[in-house]
Design a protein around this ligand. Structure first.
Ligand code: PNW
Length: 508
């Protein structure tokens, strides 16, 4: 059957976005955003959460303290040639020892929520789940208690890329189905130890990045490229099952007592068709299925998107009937990490990497006329495209039955040296992206909160310390001193609410 026919069920939605020509389209979107630059708290629902996010390996350091076992990122960052500035997370920004100071900062900046991740190998040093490391439990108890004392709601991610090394070395990590069992023990332990106070759980952060960068391009830990036509799909499959298993443990053992919610964080660049040609429209639709559908389709519809099944054939694992039952609606909310967007064109021999080749598309930042999709940030991949976030939010809402959504990460990194503290481009980015989020809410998307990435400058994975995503500058040369940037003060003004409300929240 003609591929465009089988994929055509997307067209009504996509074509809404494409009723105008490219340049008119860009102008129209620019215009919309500039009308809405003065974003304020009143543009959001009263109980909307403004938060800030981090992850364990990127900030904690203390890699050999407190009984912590090694993770795949320790091994990867210590491997020659993997990190651009030859750095690692051994010390990172020393949050392990400075968590009190950092939580004070979050409170002073006025945030309602803090999203952070637990280092799995601090809880189970070899990942096997036989013996809990009490020092690890104490460390996270201290963080949770310090947050609650300041009236800040904790949002915990169980897995933000730092798999216990032993699980990788001994059994292949995410490509072995056994991992699901170990993740379940770990999740169960966290729910049991922290769930009396923590009511928002995220199982896994961006399973797509682990699958593609960990097992296809190899630019992230564990750096596999050997079987890139199969391993990414296995790694994704087992992450989906691990998520659903943890979700079901929460439902059966904890939900009644603790009353919390469990979600999954996906990441997505908006895919805007590069032209009205059917090939490009179809490529853009495919691109969204290969990003969001890969993870959300199984949960909402019990199987992978049709276009993935057709293109990948038996390289794509299948869910058993029992697993399909387990997957059914196994999320309370969708977390979305959204940074940037691309124009998508059909292409028969695209970029390297099996995952990209299978999509037969090209990600374009510049049109033939020289017009760029958005201003470029410091990171190579990051272009500022506020209208993209609105489109992703609306797409999720329409495609997956209007679920509650939290924007769990959003940011661009600060670039010119003189803007390190006075990060003007960043402030503009936040203003425009938040205005676009508020428009998505008005469009009907059920967005409940927004977390800026990140509280602090930190270890930016393969980019080491060369990229700065913090609202708070960290002086790497002077004892890791913290200095809030203009963007941090901008958030403080945006979020500020009467003291009475914060105090009331605290006593809840
Ligand atoms: C996030 N994209 O990953 C991660 O969750 C953070 O740990 C990281 O520090 C942050 O981005 C900044 O890089 C992303 O393709 C992965 O648009 C992919 C994309 C964006 C962010």
């Amino acid at each position: 059957m003609n591929e465009f026919v089988t994929e055509s069920y997307y067209f009504p939605f996509l074509s809404l976005a494409k009723m105008v020509k490219k340049d008119e389209f860009l102008k129209q979107n620019e215009h919309q955003e500039s009308n809405n630059k003065q974003v304020s708290r009143s543009d959001f629902p009263p109980d909307f959460i403004f938060g800030v996010a981090t992850s364990a390996y990127q900030i904690e350091g203390a890699c050999k303290e407190g009984g912590r076992g090694a993770s795949i990122w320790d091994a990867f960052s210590h491997t020659e040639g993997k990190i651009i500035d030859k750095s690692n997370g051994d010390v990172a920004v020393d949050h392990y020892h400075r968590y009190k100071e950092d939580i004070d900062l979050i409170a002073k900046l006025g945030f309602d929520g803090y999203r952070f991740s637990i280092s799995w190998s601090r809880i189970f040093p070899d990942g096997l789940g036989t013996k809990v490391n009490e020092e690890g439990i104490t460390f996270y108890n201290n963080i949770i208690d310090a947050l609650l004392e300041k009236g800040i709601t904790p949002y915990i991610t169980l897995y933000h890329w730092d798999l216990p090394l032993h699980l990788h070395d001994k059994m292949g990590g995410w490509v072995n189905k056994e991992i699901v069992k170990y993740f379940a023990i770990y999740a169960d332990t966290c729910f049991s130890c922290f769930g009396d106070r923590v009511k928002k759980w995220i199982t896994i952060n961006e399973p797509l990045q682990t699958a593609v960068n960990g097992y296809d391009t190899g630019i992230f830990a564990p750096g596999r490229r050997q079987h890139s036509s199969t391993e990414p799909y296995l790694a994704a499959h087992h992450q989906i099952l691990a998520h659903a298993t943890a979700f079901s443990i929460y439902q059966s053992k904890y939900k009644d007592k603790q009353g919390g919610k469990v979600g999954l964080v996906v990441d997505c660049e908006w895919a805007e068709a590069n032209s009205d040609k059917i090939e490009d429209l179809s490529a853009a639709a495919r691109r969204l299925d290969f990003q969001l559908g890969w993870y959300l389709h199984p949960i909402y519809y019990g199987e992978y998107p049709e276009v993935m099944r057709k293109r990948l054939g038996d390289r794509l694992p299948e869910f058993t009937q029992e697993e399909k039952e387990l997957l059914k609606h196994a999320v309370d909310f969708v977390g979305l990490n959204q940074y940037t967007s691309r124009f998508i064109a059909h292409a028969t021999s695209p970029e390297e990497g099996d995952y990209y080749k299978s999509q037969e598309m090209e990600r374009i930042v510049e049109w033939e006329g020289g017009e760029i999709i958005g201003e470029k940030a410091a990171s190579e991949w990051l272009y500022v495209v506020p209208w993209g976030i609105r489109k992703v939010l609306n797409y999720i809402s329409k495609t997956y039955n209007n679920p509650p959504i939290f924007v769990t990460e959003n940011d661009n990194d600060t670039s010119p040296l003189h803007e390190m503290l006075d990060d003007k481009l960043r402030v503009r980015y936040f203003k425009e992206y938040l205005a676009a989020v508020s428009r998505a809410i008005k469009d009907g998307a059920d967005v409940r909160g927004y977390f800026a990435w990140s509280l602090l400058d930190n270890f930016e994975w393969a980019q080491g310390y060369t990229k700065r995503f913090g609202l708070v500058y960290v002086d790497y040369k002077n004892g890791l001193a913290r200095h809030p940037k203009s963007s941090a003060y901008w958030f403080l003004r945006l979020i500020e609410r009467p003291v009475k409300i914060r105090m009331a929240k605290k006593s809840n």
